[in-house]
Design a protein around this ligand. Structure first.
Ligand code: ZN
Length: 132
């Protein structure tokens, strides 16, 4: 299971079936399911954020790096567009450890003072742009 407490570097890279070796150390990458916080903005205006669980991340076996295809992120956002306020820019900012939320808080809305999002920020946050 993925240890989400490790701060990782997120690299955007377009790929089809497989991203190839780790862009930082050259070791093997493996795909893993994880939960991400994706933020969007429209120039200076912050727009909606999303917690999304999927298998878009390829994690290095040797170093704290993962590779994400930004097209997967924009595809996800386009599917939300009817009900959400989504700006032209997006960023995958980190991993969310939903499993660390105590049982008594599970019913509370996430992202409030009483129940903050258990987020581990990436050490770098690449920005992507929605396709026209
Ligand atoms: Zn690596």
């Amino acid at each position: 299971m993925l240890d989400i407490s490790i701060p990782r570097e997120c690299v955007y890279q377009q790929f089809d079936a497989h991203p190839g070796p780790c862009p930082r150390c050259g070791s093997d990458l493996e795909v893993q399911k994880a939960t991400y916080l994706v933020t969007t903005r429209d120039e200076e205006r912050m727009t909606d954020s999303f917690i999304v669980e999927n298998d878009m991340g390829w994690f290095c076996r040797q170093c704290p790096t993962l590779v994400v295809d930004p097209r997967r992120v924009s595809e996800f956002l386009l599917r939300q567009k009817a009900e959400a306020d989504i700006g032209r820019e997006f960023a995958v900012v980190g991993l969310v450890g939903l499993e660390v939320i105590p049982e008594e808080r599970k019913e509370l809305p996430l992202g409030t003072d009483e129940n903050p999002i258990p987020l581990v920020w990436f050490t770098n946050i690449p920005r992507g742009t929605m396709p026209d």
